[in-house]
Ligand binder design. Structure first.
Ligand SMILES: Cc1ncc(C[n+]2csc(CCOP(=O)(O)OP(=O)(O)O)c2C)c(N)n1
Ligand SMILES: [Mg+2]
Length: 329
């Protein structure tokens, strides 16, 4: 059983920070579970399920300062929650409502990236630009195992390495790219090994261990900020939920393995750890969960209270000079 002393050996975080990390995981988990329910009720559109990815998202971003930038993929669609982004903004994004398009500069969070890996060069470019301006800002990009087969991944990581840009590349290796397993994705023994080809450090961590993810991220962020260039972090776990609400993994996945993985999920794991260390009790767990549920209830109400967007919005930002046939009527 872990004691608080053992805990102190494994992390430099203070007790209040350990609890804040847990609160953020609960928030991300609650968002995810409620979002799936809202999608099933027809209240939001298709949704990429992040269940089981909370340790990676909360742990890695906890190493960032507010001026550092986050480049999320659709899997990290709710990551703005860790910076206090309103729930309704994120829900509106998934509802396809324009009020879900935040200005990246307001939160230092880039738009949610759906094309696989195209945000990796964006993160590299932002990190390089900040370096040129003499700002001590780090860019952290999140992407999946499948993204490592894309040209944009190679271009982005290589560019950041060559420019010694302050970037941290976090690969969420959930071992599936929709129905493509990791074995069909790469011949490399690990994804972290790919860092060798770029001449940068590559680290492999347990993606279900929030403290391990945080440790790796903190080291990478500190190195980047100190001028040591980028790091590739591979956080290994196993996708224990469908790819998204439109996916039925029963067609391709081993359900017994999924059950096993669900029993070992990261929020419960960290919760048990904190309870054993005497930092968390039933009451605190219940109050954090109910705070997160209240936020979700208020968020969906605020999102649904928003008037529908004007259809012309589709065109206003598409053309400087709209063609005559669009101006018509
Ligand atoms: C450029 C591009 N090609 C294909 C797709 C379709 N697509 C959506 S999700 C996905 C799988 C990505 O898997 P991975 O990178 O492992 O991320 P995960 O979904 O597992 O988090 C694919 C191929 C896409 N969105 N963009
Ligand atoms: Mg994947």
């Amino acid at each position: 059983m872990a004691s608080i002393d053992a805990l102190r050996h494994t992390t430099s975080l203070a007790e209040s920070e350990l609890l804040e990390l847990y609160r953020r995981m609960v928030l991300l988990r609650t968002f995810d579970e409620r979002a799936v329910v809202y999608q099933r009720q027809g209240r939001i559109g298709t949704y990429a399920i992040a269940w089981g990815h909370e340790a990676i998202q909360a742990g890695a971003t906890f190493a960032l300062g507010d001026d550092d930038w986050i480049f999320p993929s659709y899997r990290e669609g709710a990551i703005g929650l860790v910076r206090g982004m309103p729930v309704e903004t994120i829900l509106q994004w998934w509802r396809g409502h324009p009020s879900g398009w935040w200005s990246p500069a307001d939160w230092n969070i880039a738009s949610i990236c759906v094309p696989i890996a195209t945000h990796v060069p964006h993160a590299a470019g932002l990190a390089w630009g900040k370096k040129l301006r003499g700002e001590k800002v780090v860019a952290m990009a999140f992407f999946g195992d499948g993204a490592t087969s894309e040209g944009a991944f190679h271009e982005g990581v290589n560019f950041a390495a060559v420019m010694n840009a302050p970037a941290v590349f976090v690969c969420n290796n959930n071992q599936w790219a929709i129905s493509t397993p990791i074995e069909a994705q790469t011949r490399a023994e690990t994804l972290a090994d790919k860092a060798v080809g770029y001449g940068i450090p590559g680290v492999r961590v347990d993606g279900l261990d929030v403290l391990a993810v945080h440790d790796a991220a903190r080291e990478a962020v500190e190195r980047a900020r100190a001028g040591g260039g980028p790091t590739l972090i591979e956080a290994v776990h196993y996708r224990a939920a469908p790819h998204g609400t439109a996916d039925d993994p029963r067609a391709y996945i081993d359900l017994a393995r999924v059950e096993e993985e669900r029993a070992n999920e990261c929020v419960g794991k960290y919760e048990r750890f904190l309870r054993d260390a005497g930092l968390l009790n039933e009451q605190l767990v219940a109050s954090m969960r109910s705070d997160a549920e209240d936020l979700m209830r208020a968020g969906i109400a605020a999102a649904e209270a928003e008037p529908p967007p004007e259809p012309e919005l589709l065109f206003t930002r598409a053309y400087v000079d709209p063609p005559p046939n669009l101006r018509h009527g």
